[in-house]
Design a protein around this ligand. Structure first.
Ligand code: NAP
Length: 337
């Protein structure tokens, strides 16, 4: 059976996922698209065969020829489409963020709990990266003993002019927040944000880099160095320090060159290059799970927790204080993960 997928939002990542569905993955095809910019949606559809263009996301979700929905529109629009997909009983893959406010995420969690089954997967693709998966396996196996600390760095070469210090937390660090919860298998209890010396490459008034400190429920401390004007490359680092050893991400797969007394290797230029395979694996896992009648991966609860931690981080950035994370009780639907 081929899964007929409808895509809401044909911007940058929407087009990338459409390419993935059309050319890379098996078991799915793009059946319909929509975008607030209808011309853009039409241009994308013209490059494929037999794709319907709908005027709105609601029309696309109601299309009986759409089996499952991908939401890749602008963050503040995610809630309405995810809720509509749940109401229609259709599986939905939503790019991060699940929604941009705690309340919106709670409405999604409530709707899914009322539906009595998981219908939502959130696009935290790092969980499908081979290195992060190997790191989680080592931590979960107990090989390095009880985790004590986690160090992470998220160095982005550059960002567009509309990017703000707040977005370092909501758009970049959000991935490290999800990774910390997933690798360590526990919730984040409090957040602090420190502001080191500002990079001369940052715009005036822009705090870059930031040091985000996540305090896990058990007391494990996670430090995330986040910068978005690093210039040289897209550099992602991670290390968990346990009582009996450590586990860390290595330099990305590739060759090591030795020449004239020095060795060197390639650092990815962009997030698209660094996580290309993770995106493919993530999407194939979703397609396979939906074809089998369910879903998989990061849940609406994970999307909710990430948004709440980001909100808490924004308050910590504003106040300079340690701010506790307040989550509601985790519903039974999300207990087995
Ligand atoms: P983008 O290029 O701006 O694309 C968003 C598209 O959605 C645009 O075509 C936009 O049209 C359209 N849109 C806006 N409101 C809409 C609505 N109500 N209904 C239908 N379409 C609407 O943004 P992007 O970079 O692709 O990001 C899209 C989402 O993916 C964001 O939530 C982002 O955080 C997420 N993302 C995730 C990752 C990751 O690492 N997992 C990476 C990149 C992006 P206009 O341009 O006309 O507004």
């Amino acid at each position: 059976m081929t899964l007929d997928v409808g895509v809401i939002g044909t911007g940058m990542i929407g087009q990338d996922h459409i390419r993935r569905l059309a050319d890379v993955l098996s078991g799915a095809r793009v059946a319909a698209v929509t975008d607030v910019d209808t011309d853009r949606a039409r241009t994308v559809a013209d490059g494929l065969s037999d794709v319907r263009v709908h005027p709105t996301g609601q029309d696309l979700i109601a299309d009986p020829g759409v089996d499952a929905v991908v939401v890749t529109s602008w963050g503040p629009t995610h809630e309405q489409y995810v809720l509509a997909a749940i109401a229609a009983g259709k599986q939905v893959f939503c790019e991060k963020p699940l929604a941009t406010t705690r309340e919106a995420c709670e409405r999604i969690v409530d709707a899914e709990v009322a539906a009595g089954r998981r219908l939502v997967m959130v696009g935290f693709m790092r969980r499908y990266d081979e290195q992060y998966r190997a790191m989680k396996e080592v931590v979960t196996s107990g090989e390095i003993g009880a985790p004590l600390l986690m160090h992470a760095a998220h160095r982005n070469p550059s960002v567009p002019d509309h990017f703000t210090s707040e977005m370092i937390i909501t758009d970049s660090t959000v991935h490290d927040i999800d990774v910390a919860r997933w690798v360590l298998g526990e919730e984040i209890a409090a957040v602090r944000v420190l502001k080191p010396r500002v990079s001369s490459k940052a715009r005036p008034g822009f705090n870059d880099p930031l040091l985000v400190l996540l305090e896990m429920g058990s007391g494990v401390l996670v430090d995330v160095e986040a910068s978005v004007n690093a210039g040289f490359a897209y550099d992602i680092r991670g290390e968990v320090v346990g009582e009996d050893g450590t586990v860390e991400l290595t330099e990305s797969a590739g060759v090591l060159t030795k020449q004239r007394g020095r060795w060197s290797g390639r650092v990815p230029a962009t997030w698209k290059e660094r996580f290309a395979r993770a995106f493919d694996t993530e999407f194939q896992a979703w397609v396979d799970a939906v074809a089998a009648g369910g879903t998989t991966g990061p849940s609406a609860w994970d999307g909710y927790a990430a948004t709440v931690v980001c909100d808490t981080g924004l308050e910590a950035l504003r106040t300079g204080e340690r701010v506790p994370v307040v989550l509601r009780q985790r519903p039974d639907l999300y207990k087995e993960q």
